[in-house]
Design a protein around this ligand. Structure first.
Ligand SMILES: *Cc1c(COP(=O)(O)O)cnc(C)c1O
Length: 339
């Protein structure tokens, strides 16, 4: 079975497991796990932030960020397909008592133009807007990337309106691979950045949130309150470190394979795709004359698994377990069903 459902279905390789076995560990709630401490320092430095905090999930990294950047009763601006607004239950409302105001962007992206006139709070019956939450790459937006110009324009807007910026960089690794943006650039446009090790990088668990020393100290306290304080977690940090060192450079192959499949999908008369929007490892496309669940079933019978992403829409995702051989087979299956 060629499993293109998600880049989270990766399994740790034997070498990654070896790195986990050999990890030096300590009690991380006491701040004594050397592998965690080293990873936090290394990733923070890489992206140009003062400090980092290793957390169990991207959701926790995003929610810790929102929690430290807001006060109760405030409002976060976010594109309507954003992960924080769609895939984190109602965490922002529950954990931070804030309101998410969703805006209809393009490919999951906000822009300085779109943000114009959205900031509220001058009257006491209005929510007080305090944060702009961005996603790079965009998940539901199809794996699209922000250019540095787009991000700088949003930062300029946020500075003008005294708003903080959170960047959900679950797939920032894919964004850097596709755009060539230097990691340190992101600390110039975001107050908080969350990154995942468990997507295309292939670690079994783990994300990190990056920010100033003061904000990370605050998040460390909240992480404990939310039940995310972990003990000898260097075992997982070792997997994350292995992933950054050894799997990051494989992402460009995932992007190439995604584009190759997009080419075939474009040629299939029963399918429709905007091929120029396939920038990274995610492909979103429509099935003509068939519902998404039926299409998923038919593809699965032939040996390729995808997820429905709308009534007639499917998503395919590439990651390093999917080989060129798998790709050739997937192309054949698409041609045989939809040509
Ligand atoms: C996967 C993902 C997350 C984090 O998800 P977890 O399952 O909580 O680790 C956050 N943002 C985006 C855009 C994602 O795709």
């Amino acid at each position: 079975m060629i499993d293109l459902r998600s880049d989270t279905v990766t399994k740790p390789t034997p070498q990654m497991r070896q790195a986990m076995v050999e990890a030096k560990v300590g009690d991380d709630v006491f701040g004594e796990d050397p592998t965690v401490n080293a990873l936090e320092k290394k990733i923070a430095r890489k992206f140009g932030f003062e400090a980092g905090l290793f957390v169990p999930s991207g959701t926790m990294a995003n929610q810790l960020s929102i929690n430290t950047l807001t006060e109760q009763g405030e409002e976060v601006l976010i594109e309507e397909t954003g992960h924080i607004a769609n895939y984190e239950s109602t965490a922002a409302a529950h954990l931070s008592s804030v309101h998410l105001k969703t805006l209809p962007g393009q490919q999951g992206k906000l822009s300085a133009e779109l943000l114009t006139d959205t900031v509220r709070g001058s009257r006491d019956w209005e929510p007080q807007t305090s944060v702009i939450a961005l996603e790079n790459t965009t998940n539901k937006g199809g794996g699209c990337c922000y250019s540095e110009e787009e991000l700088s324009a949003i930062r300029a807007f946020s500075d003008n309106h005294n708003l903080a910026v959170h960047l959900d960089g679950a797939r920032i690794w894919n964004a850097m691979t596709a755009t060539g943006t230097e990691p340190k650039f992101y600390s110039s446009i975001a107050d908080t950045l969350s990154v995942c090790f468990s997507k295309g990088l292939g670690a079994p668990v783990g994300s990190m949130v990056l920010s100033s020393k003061q904000q990370i100290a605050e998040m460390r306290r909240m992480r404990k309150m939310w039940g995310g304080g972990m003990r000898q977690v260097g075992i997982l940090a070792a997997a994350a470190d292995y992933a950054v060192e050894n799997h990051y450079q494989l992402l460009k192959e995932d992007h190439r394979r995604a584009k190759e499949l997009a080419e075939v999908i474009e040629q299939c008369s029963g399918l429709a795709i905007k091929r120029d929007l396939v920038e990274t490892n995610i492909l979103i496309f429509d099935v003509l004359n068939m519902s998404a669940p039926t299409a998923v079933e038919k593809l699965e019978e032939q040996g390729v698994r995808l997820v429905p992403f709308g009534p007639n829409t499917l998503r395919a995702t590439f990651y390093f377990h999917i080989t060129d051989e798998d790709l050739q087979q997937a192309k054949q299956i698409f041609r045989s069903l939809y040509d």
